[in-house]
Design a protein around this ligand. Structure first.
Ligand SMILES: NC(=O)C1=CN([C@@H]2O[C@H](COP(=O)(O)OP(=O)(O)OC[C@H]3O[C@@H](n4cnc5c(N)ncnc54)[C@H](OP(=O)(O)O)[C@@H]3O)[C@@H](O)[C@H]2O)C=CC1
Ligand SMILES: O=C1O[C@H](COP(=O)(O)O)[C@@H](O)[C@H](O)[C@H]1O
Length: 596
């Protein structure tokens, strides 16, 4: 039985919202990062002094702070002080111009696990970016919730230091510091246990004061390890859900480890939430170029007719990182790269890429089509999978660690940090077309891309100009999701001159050259969607079940048979097994070509 209240929001439609927050040429209003660092550093010093932090201003910029002693939580009502210290509710009301119009709903956003890595690096910055762009509702409050003892001031200091220091996705520009000041006044912290209804009831009381009797909509972002999801949802549900507006919960991955644990998680969540209150986040769906996939396909006449087995030889989905697990080994060892990247991020891209034309752009129409693709796929076979693990490597006098050098990873771990797989969609459109996935950590480059290799041109008009390697002469469409976003199409053309020599060139939409503004971070888009009640980019439970059904038998087999991964040096291109796998399907990985 669902106990969190749910009311469907009448939000502006997604398309309208995006149009209204864009300039006439479709560029997002963002500004560069480095514009006013000296000024920001000055303000930060003042702010941090006001908040009674011990401040160290380092030469040329970054500010380091040491927190006040643990247990010094600022009581909400009595807090006084400067910008980063606990601002009282009255001060906060003045600062943000609360009015007495009770018809305007408020939104309270609680980041559960606020002391953690994801909250610090992604969620709070994304919330600020939304505030900067005037995308948050007029009456909003942000709460950090975690067990760590922290005052409001300390939370704000943490957010401010990240703002100054670390996160390039932050927008900086006109009035940025002022906006940050205003934003921080609306951020608060409540320390509590994840399994304490009483602690969530305390949070509820604080939220109510901010909401001031308005219709109160509440968004909880579960940025905590999965083993405490249910405790937190239960307590939020029983003690802190909205009494008169909607309550939504963003759930971070991992959504289980296999079909059974995922189903159990969904079942447990549904004891407290309805499906339409659950926003399962896959942040790759919020990436600009993944969003653009459907636009590319369905708004251009030239692509859709080619989008099938008739013209496409293979599709490659490639993810690589040039660093290892870096402190997340404890989490990673329980999941591995297949669960961490393939079963969710790459599979979601595949589903969007391969789906049939949806009836409309409504969330349910799109998710219906995605689920059909997933259910048409063959469960993965062991022979269609290659797994690897990085080992230590010394280069230029620097020694890079092996995966098992991570102190939180067992020395004999067989967890894959690399995997390559061949997948097939057994439907009329894609019958026989290999969809190759490759994902790995500690490789030679950081990238995420989709490569579509087209078939050879029939007939042999120019074959002698291509030489013997016809594959190299076929068209390839590359959607580079990151970094340096681009969509380019490789074509053949004649080299100017009197002879008949052919060349390969790119028709290139290079985002940095075409659009001068920064691309919004995926978390920004997804948070905004959750606030607006737009579910299109979140995973529905049947999609999740279908995704796990494809991977679970293989994952079990890998574990039961204790398959030993192929070891590859840190910083390399990964195991050679990936090439043999591709070759079996007459495919060459596109990212290995010299010109790429
Ligand atoms: N970090 C990342 O880049 C990504 C993370 N995710 C997912 O997001 C979620 C949060 O990630 P991240 O911030 O890295 O996680 P953290 O490990 O940093 O945990 C977040 C917070 O949860 C609390 N916590 C940690 N371990 C426990 C525990 N065993 N019992 C109770 N509380 C605990 C801690 O807060 P306190 O002690 O103050 O209560 C911690 O600050 C996870 O589900 C993760 O899988 C998904 C994609 C990327
Ligand atoms: O979900 C995850 O994603 C990150 C990569 O995200 P990106 O946006 O930086 O490409 C990955 O490092 C992490 O292991 C995984 O859990």
């Amino acid at each position: 039985m669902a106990t969190l209240s749910s009311s469907s929001a009448h939000c502006p439609s997604y398309a309208y919202h995006r149009l209204s927050s864009s300039s006439s040429n479709g560029q997002h209003q963002r500004v560069g990062f480095t514009s006013s660092l000296p000024q920001r550093a000055k303000i930060s010093l003042q702010c941090l002094k006001n908040s009674h932090q011990n401040v160290v201003l380092m030469q040329d910029g970054p500010v380091a702070t040491t927190a006040t002693p643990l247990g010094n939580e600022t009581p909400f009502k009595e807090s006084k002080g400067g910008l980063l210290s606990g601002t009282s509710l009255e001060e906060c009301k003045d600062a943000v111009g609360f009015d007495n119009n009770e018809n305007e709903p408020s939104v309270s956003i609680t980041v559960v696990g606020a002391s953690g890595d994801l909250a610090k690096k992604k969620i709070f910055p994304a919330l600020f970016a939304l505030y900067y762009e005037d995308c948050l509702p007029k009456h909003f409050t942000i709460y950090g919730y975690a067990r760590s003892k922290m005052t409001d001031a300390e939370l704000r200091t943490m957010m401010f230091v990240v703002y100054l220091d670390e996160v390039p996705m932050f927008i900086h520009g006109e009035n940025c510091d002022e906006k940050m000041e205003q934003f921080l006044k609306r951020c608060f912290y409540h320390s509590g246990q994840y399994d304490s209804e009483e602690n969530f009831a305390e949070l509820d009381r604080k939220l109510k004061k901010h909401e001031g009797g308005r219709v109160s909509n509440r968004l909880f972002y579960l940025s905590i390890p999965p083993n405490i999801f249910i405790d937190a949802v239960k307590c939020a549900s029983l003690s802190a859900s909205s009494g008169n507006g909607w309550t939504r919960v963003i759930v971070e991955k991992p959504f289980g480890r296999d079909s059974e644990s995922s189903a159990a998680l969904t079942k447990a969540l549904k004891n407290y939430l309805d499906e339409d209150q659950i926003f399962r986040i896959d942040h790759y769906l919020g990436k600009e170029l993944v969003e653009n996939l459907s636009v590319l396909r369905f708004s251009n006449l030239i692509f859709e007719p080619l989008w099938s087995r008739q013209y496409i030889r293979n599709v490659q989905l490639i993810f690589s990182e040039d660093f290892g697990t870096e402190g997340r080994g404890g989490y990673f060892d329980n999941y591995g790269i297949i669960r961490d990247i393939m079963q969710n991020h790459l599979l979601q891209i595949l589903a969007l890429f391969a789906m049939e034309t949806p009836v409309s752009l409504d969330a349910e129409d799109i998710r219906n089509e995605k689920v059909k693709v997933l259910r048409s796929m063959r469960p993965l076979q062991l022979e269609d999978m290659v797994v690897g693990q990085y080992k230590s490597h010394t280069k230029g006098g620097v020694t890079y660690p092996a995966y098992t050098d991570d102190k939180t990873v067992p020395k004999d771990s067989l967890t894959p940090t690399f995997a390559a797989a061949a997948l097939f969609i057994d439907n009329a459109r894609w019958d026989g077309v290999p969809f190759l996935m490759k994902a790995g950590k500690a490789l030679h480059s950081k990238r995420a891309e989709i490569r579509v290799q087209f078939r050879h041109v029939p007939g042999n008009l120019y074959n002698r100009n291509f030489g013997t390697d016809l594959d190299r002469a076929t068209n390839e469409l590359v959607i580079r999701v990151q970094p340096d976003e681009a969509i380019y199409l490789k074509i053949n053309n004649k080299i100017p001159g009197l002879g008949m020599r052919l060349d390969r060139s790119n028709l290139n939409l290079h985002y940095a050259a075409r659009y001068s503004k920064e691309i919004p971070d995926a978390y920004e888009r997804l948070l905004l969607d959750a606030i607006e009640g737009e579910r299109r980019l979140f995973i529905r439970s049947d999609e999740l079940n279908a995704a796990w059904a494809l991977f679970t038998p293989l994952l079990k087999e890998l574990e039961e048979k204790k398959i030993i991964p192929e070891y590859y040096p840190y910083g390399s291109r990964g195991p050679v097994g990936a090439h043999y796998l591709a070759a079996r399907y007459k495919v060459r990985w596109g990212d290995l070509n010299v010109e790429q």
